[in-house]
Design a protein around this ligand. Sequence first.
Ligand SMILES: [Zn+2]
Length: 249
Amino acid sequence: MKKIVLISLIGLFMTGCVISNAPVTGRTQLILVDEKQENALGLNEADSILKNATLSSDKTLTNKIVKIGKNIVAVSDDAQKYEWNFYLLEDESVNAFALPGGKVFFYTGILKFMDNDDQIAAVMGHEIAHVLAHHGAERMSQQMLSNVGAQALSSALEIPAEYESLYNTAYGLASNLGVILPFSRKHESEADTIGVYLMYKAGYNPNEAIKFWQKMAAASKGATLEFLSTHPSDERRIKDITAYIETLQ
Ligand SMILES: [Zn+2]
């Protein structure tokens, strides 16, 4: 059985595995989804979101979001290969997120929790960081590995003839999860580090990131906010960001 799993994994590796390093943190990542597939999934999801969403009619606010986004991607070499789009959606939900390939969405609802451009830059940096570090593709890859492992074990003595179809099945199961599910704690913390680094490099005040997360932590006591369900704002997050900022100055 071990042999089957091993052979399946080799099959996966042959179809386009990449060992890469996350920007800024340098963490080693195993990524089984190539960048084209990853970007296509993100683009697909962005299209369907835009079909059902209303763009903000506030030109000043929209321009502000676009400008902050552009300022942040401008300081990252890794960001240059993407086609970035920054959208402000008219939606009272408190949310912001980015899709693989560089499509970043802010809801008007989250702006009410931001006192200045630096706080917008904090969330912008964080979302851009998820894209740059390929967190979606990494999560898909983890899911694929566990699916393949399970399938290979269940077929016990029979070695699958087509590794390609195994890969496709696993890929199909994993691809949605990569785009839709919340990120893990590890990814959240890494996006905080990369995001704070980028906002600092772009000339924004990183201490405002702490203020934003403190504000979120306070808000979480009274209500369920969408952004907080995927981005828990707790003592540890704020402590980690504070410690990282000290290394920058
Ligand atoms: Zn995040």
